[in-house]
Design a protein around this ligand. Structure first.
Ligand code: SAM
Length: 302
C-alpha cells in the first residue's frame, strides 16, 4: 500500500489540491541496476500507470523486479498530446508514476510540462528521488561542490553556443554540462578557446557502470587526451568556476576586441557587446567601447 508519507496533506503551493490522484516523479538508475531504491520499486508496483519514455525499456526493468504495472509512452514528441489524458486520469483519482530512460525525470528529460500541468490542475506531485548524472558526476569530479550551476546540453547552434560559453566564462560556480560522447572533443576545444587552456575540468564517463572512468586535468590536457582516444558511452563534463578575482588573461579569445567581435557577430549591438565584453574580461565598458569604435574607424578608412 502507498503510505501516508506518500500522500501527505497539501503543501502551501498556492493552489488547492482538488483530487486524490498523485503524480510520482520516480528516479531510475543511470547505469547500475542496483541503484534503484526500495521506495521506487514499491511505488512502481503500486501505482495504476507508469508514464515512461520507452515502454520496452521500462518493460525490462519491471520484468526484472516482477512488477506488472501497465505503462504508457511519454516522450518529448508526444508530451503535449499525452498530458490532457494523464491529467484527466489523475483528476479521476489515478496514481501515476513518471519515469525517464535513466536518472531523474525532468532533468534534461521530459516531464517538466506534466509536472506544471498537474500543479495547474490541482494534482499533487511528489518525488521519489534517486540517481541523477549531474550530481553523480559532480561528487566524484574533485571540483568544488559548494556552489555549482547545471547547464544541461548546450545549444546546438554555433552562434548561440558561443554566446552562452562567453557568458559562462566568468561564472564562479562549478559548471555541469551534458554532452553526447561523439561531440566531447569539440566541446573541450570550445571550452579551452573561451575559458582559457588552464581551466580545470573533469570528464566523468559511464558513471556507476563497469567502465566508469574520470579524466581530470586542465582543459588543454583533457582535450589532448581525448584527441587520440574515442570517448565512448555517456559523458558529463565538469568545469571549474572562474577565479574569484582578477582578469582572465590566459586566453587569447578573451582579448576584449575579439570578445566584442564575437558578440557583434552573433547580433549584439556595439553598446550591448561592450557591456557583455566588460563583464567577461573585467575591462571597463568605456575602454572596450572606445577601442571598438577606433578599430571601426581604422577599418573604414582602409
Ligand atoms: N535525466 C538524466 C539524469 O537525471 O541523469 C539525464 C538524461 S540526459 C538525456 C542524458 C545525459 O546525461 C547524457 O548525454 C550524459 O551527458 C549524462 N549521463 C547520463 N548517464 C550518465 C553516466 N552514466 N555517466 C556520465 N554521464 C551520464
Amino acid at each position: 500500500m502507498l503510505t501516508k508519507d506518500d500522500v501527505k496533506s497539501q503543501t502551501r503551493s498556492g493552489r488547492q489540491l482538488t483530487c486524490a490522484g498523485v503524480l510520482y516523479v520516480v528516479a531510475l538508475p543511470i547505469g547500475n541496476d542496483e541503484d534503484i531504491s526500495a521506495r521506487a520499486l514499491r511505488v512502481l508496483s503500486e501505482v495504476d500507470l507508469i508514464a515512461c519514455e520507452d515502454t520496452r525499456r521500462m518493460a525490462r526493468v519491471l520484468a526484472s523486479h516482477s512488477i506488472g504495472t501497465p505503462t504508457v509512452s511519454y516522450f518529448e514528441h508526444n508530451e503535449t498530446h499525452r498530458i490532457p489524458n494523464l491529467i484527466a486520469r489523475l483528476r479521476a483519482g489515478a496514481r501515476i508514476a513518471l519515469a525517464s530512460d535513466a536518472g531523474t525525470p525532468t532533468i534534461s528529460d521530459p516531464g517538466y510540462r506534466l509536472v506544471r500541468a498537474c500543479i495547474e490542475a490541482g494534482v499533487r506531485v511528489t518525488a521519489v528521488p534517486g540517481p541523477c548524472a549531474a550530481i553523480t558526476a559532480l561528487v566524484i569530479a574533485g571540483l568544488p561542490t559548494d556552489r555549482f550551476a547545471f547547464e544541461g546540453f548546450l545549444p546546438p547552434k554555433a552562434g548561440e553556443r558561443k554566446r552562452l560559453l562567453l557568458q559562462l566564462a566568468t561564472e564562479k560556480r562549478t559548471l555541469i554540462i551534458y554532452e553526447a560522447a561523439r561531440r566531447l572533443p569539440q566541446l573541450l576545444s570550445e571550452v579551452a578557446a573561451t575559458f582559457g587552456p588552464q581551466r580545470r575540468v573533469a570528464v566523468v564517463r559511464e558513471a556507476t557502470k563497469v567502465h566508469e572512468d574520470i579524466v581530470r586535468g586542465t582543459v588543454a590536457e583533457v582535450a589532448e587526451y581525448f584527441s587520440s582516444r574515442q570517448a565512448l558511452g555517456e559523458v558529463t563534463l565538469l568545469v571549474e568556476g572562474a577565479p574569484v578575482s582578477g582578469r582572465i588573461t590566459t586566453c587569447p579569445e578573451l582579448d576584449p576586441s575579439r570578445v566584442v567581435g564575437a558578440l557583434l557577430e552573433v547580433g549584439l549591438s556595439l553598446k550591448d557587446a561592450s557591456l557583455a565584453a566588460s563583464k567577461i574580461t573585467g575591462i571597463s565598458r568605456r575602454e572596450i567601447y572606445q577601442g571598438a569604435v577606433s578599430a571601426r574607424k581604422v577599418t573604414d578608412s582602409k
